[in-house]
Design a protein. Structure first.
Length: 244
């Protein structure tokens, strides 16, 4: 079992993934959650006496930007664990491959942000199209003008792939004795949650439906919330009747 400290930090670290995904995923309470988020942001600004309007969510693209930038930071942080684990062993030449592998997710995170229209939108007069910002000018004449001929994976997909890459490194590090045995299980659960959130973010941005299993979960959540609200209303009426 992992120690309590890492578990607590993991729960805190996973919350933003869940928070922004719920502002993106296509479910019945999304608009309500957006209003709650913006109210919290406004209250934070009032408490700190500063302008927090840039943290508000006005569209799914805003939530996507927050999710993707946070995911990129966490991905870089998690991949750095392996650089540190190899460095701590200080065995000459033994850690070159793991160290090189640990750099890949950080570079992928940087690429995901720079090619994401949610984080780095095209600028009129500089970027002629969605491909121009990432394809060298010398290579463009050899590509068809048809957009369907070349598709880049979404930023969320690249980030999800980065987390899967890091998990493969985690397992290899545990097998190689560079990390404690509990670390693989600990990272498996977190990787499942994070990659699921990023996939749901893609579904939300594309306007597609939720998978059936998740539809059942969100329906159950809505039903529970509706039942709690009705129960609270009946309780308030009963209390009012008793006072009268």
């Amino acid at each position: 079992m992992p120690p309590g400290g890492p578990v607590l930090l993991a729960l805190l670290g996973v919350y933003p993934f869940l928070h922004f995904t719920m502002l993106l995923a296509p479910h019945g309470r999304r608009e309500e959650l957006v209003r709650v988020h913006n109210t919290m942001v406004r209250s934070l600004g009032d408490a700190l006496d500063c302008d927090t309007s840039s943290l508000k969510v006005h569209s799914p693209r805003d939530a996507a930007r927050f999710l993707q930038t946070y995911a990129a930071v966490i991905l870089s942080f998690m991949s750095a664990v392996h650089w540190g684990a190899v460095t701590a062993r200080a065995v000459k030449g033994a850690g070159l491959l793991p160290q090189l592998a640990s750099v890949v997710p950080a570079v992928a995170a940087w690429a995901a942000l720079n090619t994401s229209p949610d984080v780095n939108p095209p600028v009129y007069g500089r970027d002629e199209g969605p491909r121009d910002g990432v394809i060298p000018a010398a290579a463009r004449p050899y590509l068809s003008e048809e957009a369907s001929d070349l598709r880049f994976p979404s930023a969320a997909s690249v980030l999800a792939g980065g987390f899967l890459w890091v998990f493969a490194q985690d397992v290899a590090a545990v097998v190689g004795g560079r990390l404690p045995p509990w670390y693989a299980t600990y990272r498996l659960l977190l990787t499942l949650v994070v990659t699921s959130c990023l996939k749901l973010a893609d579904v939300g941005l594309e306007g597609g439906p939720l998978p059936p299993a998740l539809v059942a979960v969100t329906d159950a959540m809505e039903e529970a919330a509706r039942g709690a609200g009705e129960e609270g209303g009946r309780k308030g009426e009963d209390d009012g009747g008793d006072r009268r």
